[in-house]
Design a protein around this ligand. Structure first.
Ligand SMILES: Cc1cc2nc3c(=O)[nH]c(=O)nc-3n(C[C@H](O)[C@H](O)[C@H](O)COP(=O)(O)OP(=O)(O)OC[C@H]3O[C@@H](n4cnc5c(N)ncnc54)[C@H](O)[C@@H]3O)c2cc1C
Length: 456
């Protein structure tokens, strides 16, 4: 059987694309969704069961449907959650909402296209029939499609240094993938924990540790020792920003944004004013300026742009002020063991000095934004067959302004699109729901506009 559309992935992006396909394709169309995640629709972000793991975007901006902004808020109200559009709901509730929305669409039997959900990993991909791409699945099957949408997320970054020098029994105390929260059950209350990376994942892990009764010290090591800032309880109005009036260099843009921040009561108004124009701003930058941004401005961008809910921020700030959480700025250089504990050796930032953190546990929270394609065997194989190419900055894969993959050979057997963080080279801010939902809708419209779906 040849599908009209194959969606590969099982996180938010895949579900968002699938919902749009169900709403827009004729009944005669056939869609396959291939994903290896048992919690279809949740992905890494919304799989958590901990209520304290909150969304970092207010509920009013998390609707799956850009044209119905209150959809998620209404869903929360219908389930007795007393939350308003400016509040920060739990991520587990959001996962339920996404799955519920999909289930509702699937319940509609009349006039909707056929959708086959296949729980499997897409392990390889080849050009099989005329104008189709075929995927080898982990369960031994093969499926082919005329249009493909890759929604693979970007996976977890590897540890920045090789842990093989650590004696084997102790290596089990290095948590390479913190999203499998089962590691928390093995931590004793008084154990010390060292977290690598100081972004949103770090805050999640700290709060999860406390919720599991951990009371020991937590050392956080990152290159600059910066932590995410908080949303305001009363958000300022976004300051409208005209992209055309901004300079074309990163240093010029920063200077201009600092000047604008001085004109408003709260700098968040400037960052929020940038939201709707960030992709346009990124697309105006040369590759050299984009690389400069990643080298020098990225940590500052992340802490100002990707903020946490106000009460999450307060809870975390209290742990820092009490001295439970301590920050270290430096570059991890070695991992070893000493006197029954792990030893993380690092070069102290802006010096030639070396220091070490002795710890019972080491947790990799170095994030995912630079994972590129190396984490995915499927993407590596597609790259070898010249079906995709990494973007010049190694953020993901090369796509055009319509999210269509730019094949290095110039010829693609089927129409191939990507949605989500894999397309950061083209769009930069494309990791969160408010951006992905717009992209997912546009990709489906593009597939339909090209007449790829059969006549009803
Ligand atoms: C902890 C965390 C919290 C976040 N909080 C927010 C938030 O509050 N608000 C917000 O807007 N955004 C948030 N985000 C951003 C989040 O990444 C997006 O909202 C969204 O979940 C991304 O979904 P995705 O489908 O693109 O990627 P993912 O969620 O990573 O899903 C990709 C899926 O594809 C599957 N897959 C990968 N390769 C294959 C293959 N070869 N075959 C089959 N399946 C495959 C994976 O198993 C995975 O399930 C958060 C992210 C994280 C990590």
């Amino acid at each position: 059987m040849i599908y009209d559309v194959i969606v590969v992935g099982s996180g938010f992006s895949a579900i968002s694309v699938t919902c749009n396909l169900i709403e827009q394709l004729p009944a005669s169309a056939m869609v396959a969704v291939v994903g290896d995640d048992p919690g279809f629709g949740r992905g890494t972000a919304y799989r958590t069961e901990l209520y304290l793991h909150r969304l970092n975007v207010p509920a009013g901006r998390m609707s799956l449907k850009p044209h119905r902004p209150d959809d998620f808020v209404d869903w929360l109200k219908n389930r007795g959650r007393r939350l308003q559009s400016g509040d920060f709901a739990s991520r587990s509730d959001y996962g339920l909402y996404v799955r519920d929305t999909l289930a509702q669409l699937l319940r509609r039997r009349d006039g909707r296209c056929r959708v086959d959900f296949i729980r499997a990993k897409a392990a390889g991909c080849v050009e099989r029939y005329n104008s189709t791409l075929a995927f080898h699945l982990g369960n031994g099957d093969e499926i082919a499609g005329r249009n493909v949408v890759l929604c693979l997320g970007v996976g977890n970054a590897n540890l920045p240094v090789d842990p093989t020098g650590v004696p084997l029994p102790m290596r089990s105390r290095i948590v390479e993938n913190p999203w499998r929260l089962s590691w928390l059950r093995r931590v004793a209350s008084s154990d010390t924990v060292c977290i690598l990376g100081s972004g949103l994942t770090m805050i999640d892990q700290v709060l999860a540790l406390r919720a599991h009764g951990h009371r020991g010290r937590i050392d956080v090591l990152s290159r600059r020792g910066l932590a995410p800032l908080g949303h305001a309880r009363k958000p300022p109005s976004p300051l409208p920003i005209d992209v055309a009036s901004l300079p074309g260099t990163i240093s010029g843009i920063l200077k201009s944004l600092r000047e604008k921040s001085r004109l408003v009561d709260d700098w968040r108004g400037v960052m929020d004013g940038l939201r709707p124009v960030t992709q346009a701003l990124w697309q105006r930058l040369s590759d050299m300026e984009r690389a400069r941004f990643l080298r020098h401005a990225l940590p500052w961008w992340n802490i100002h742009r990707h903020r946490v809910a106000p009460d999450v921020f307060d809870r975390f700030a209290k742990l820092v002020s009490e001295g439970t959480v301590r920050f270290h700025a430096g570059f991890l250089k070695s991992l070893g063991a000493e006197k029954g504990r792990l030893l993380a050796g690092y070069r102290v930032r802006a010096t030639h000095d070396f220091a070490g953190i002795r710890t019972d546990w080491l947790v990799n929270c170095t994030g995912m934004e630079r994972a590129g394609i190396s984490h995915s065997p499927l993407l590596k194989e597609m790259s070898r067959f010249q079906l995709i190419a990494a973007d010049p900055l190694g953020l993901g894969i090369q796509v055009d302004a319509n999210s269509e993959v730019v094949a290095p050979s110039g010829i693609s057997p089927a129409r191939l699109f990507a949605v989500g963080a894999l397309t950061a080279g083209q769009f930069w801010e494309i990791t969160a729901v408010p951006d992905i939902r717009v992209q997912a809708k546009a990709v489906v419209e593009e597939i339909i506009a090209q007449g790829a779906a059969p006549e009803a």
